[in-house]
Design a protein around this ligand. Sequence first.
Ligand code: NI
Length: 199
Amino acid sequence: MILPIVAYGDPVLKKEAEELDEDFPNLKGFIDDMFETMYAASGVGLAAPQIGKSIRIFIVDGTAFAEDEDEEGNADPRAAGMENFKKVFINPIIEEESGEKWGFNEGCLSIPTIREEVFRKEKIVVSYFDENWTLKEEAFEGYKARIIQHEYDHIDGVLFTDHLSPLKKRLLNKKLQNISKGDVKADYKMKFPAKKKQR
Ligand code: NI
């Protein structure tokens, strides 16, 4: 089932989400809905708060990045291995972040039409449960690390716009308020916190 994606301004996006336990009802169905919702919006990651659930789970599928090339037409090393980067992260913990910070123009399904450069460290180690409640610990870098860092922020109530300078954020303020009101074009189903009721 495709669920509406919650837009910027909804309090659920600013809340620190709660851990899941193993008796979470119909986890498989919930995960299926998350993937269906993400694909319908052409996203590469989706966190539960974005569909209004304040719980610590996110999904990723980086297949869309796998074909990325740099300016010279060479395969982008940061996109290495993306073709089978489809995962579910439950109760994840970023254990370690290392390497140089690098900038990337991030977007977010909850903040349509806005993209801004965000700086993050290049490597992470993350522990998490997969969809079968198997505990894993893995290292990621490049775009994989980037997507995980962005989605992980969501379950801590942090948006990419929170990483911008106060000046940049102020320049975006009007656009962000418009998004909350539903005054934005998105080609997927959304729920806007400040939208006036239709009469
Ligand atoms: Ni996002």
